[in-house]
Design a protein around this ligand. Structure first.
Ligand SMILES: Nc1ncnc2c1ncn2[C@@H]1O[C@H](COP(=O)(O)OP(=O)(O)O)[C@@H](O)[C@H]1O
Ligand SMILES: Cc1cn([C@H]2C[C@H](O)[C@@H](COP(=O)(O)O)O2)c(=O)[nH]c1=O
Ligand SMILES: [Zn+2]
Length: 191
């Protein structure tokens, strides 16, 4: 479990990254941290890339249907404009943002904001996904989560794509992806 850092005096910002495969609980963990911040009477703002309309155009929704109100944005720079006077900012599906999201997060943290981002560390082929490696490099706190391999019940670290689509970005759910462990991932369609 992630323990919120206790900062002595002054308003200091920092960057938290929650990463892992699909179904590992990234969105649930993001929502949990944001709800706790609200309980502490902190002002929160939540953003997601406009491309992700799977469950809902506006809200961030986990696979288990936990929900929180969010603002869809087209470009990372919009977040700086919409941040208002937030104490805590959450960003889901951060892998889909342009590379400018890294400096946006750093700027927000410099401004004293706690920035929590959640996203896929790897795509379906095992390649690092979009800005996530750079975000991991500049993060103050990192949480790596794991799903359960749908074939053997072990810890799953990667999202296996069940279709033949080859592009990096293919929005989908269990119809397109399943979380797998290393061994079951290597077996491909022969699992
Ligand atoms: N194979 C699986 N392993 C773990 N959780 C799963 C699996 N399949 C479905 N789930 C559900 O997905 C939830 C996590 O959803 P979510 O937070 O949206 O994950 P992520 O954002 O990492 O894709 C779990 O609490 C569980 O109910
Ligand atoms: C592995 C992988 C995933 N995607 C897409 C599929 C989903 O729409 C999101 C991930 O959502 P989650 O909250 O982490 O379950 O990303 C993709 O476009 N390309 C990939 O390689
Ligand atoms: Zn497995």
């Amino acid at each position: 479990m992630f323990i919120e850092p206790h900062i002595k005096g002054g308003k200091r910002g920092w960057i938290e990254v929650i990463c892992g495969s699909m179904f590992s609980g990234k969105t649930e963990e993001l929502i949990r941290r944001l709800k706790r911040a609200r309980i502490a009477h902190l002002k929160t703002e939540i953003f997601k890339p406009a491309i992700d309309t799977r469950y809902d155009e506006m809200n961030v929704v986990s696979h288990d249907e936990t929900t929180i109100i969010a603002q869809p944005v087209q470009h990372s720079q919009n977040i700086l404009l919409l941040a208002d006077d937030a104490d805590v900012i959450g960003i889901d599906e951060v892998q889909f943002f342009d590379s400018g999201i890294v400096s946006v997060c750093e700027q927000l943290a410099l401004n004293g904001i706690r920035v929590i981002v959640a996203g896929l560390d790897m795509d379906f082929s095992g390649k690092p996904f979009g800005p996530v490696p750079q975000l991991l490099a500049v993060a103050d706190y990192i949480t790596k989560l794991h799903a359960i391999c749908v074939h053997c019940g072990n810890i799953a670290n990667i999202s296996y794509r069940k279709t033949k689509q080859s592009g990096q970005v293919v929005i989908g759910e269990l119809d397109v992806y399943e979380p797998r462990c290393r061994v079951c991932y290597e077996k491909g369609d022969e699992v």
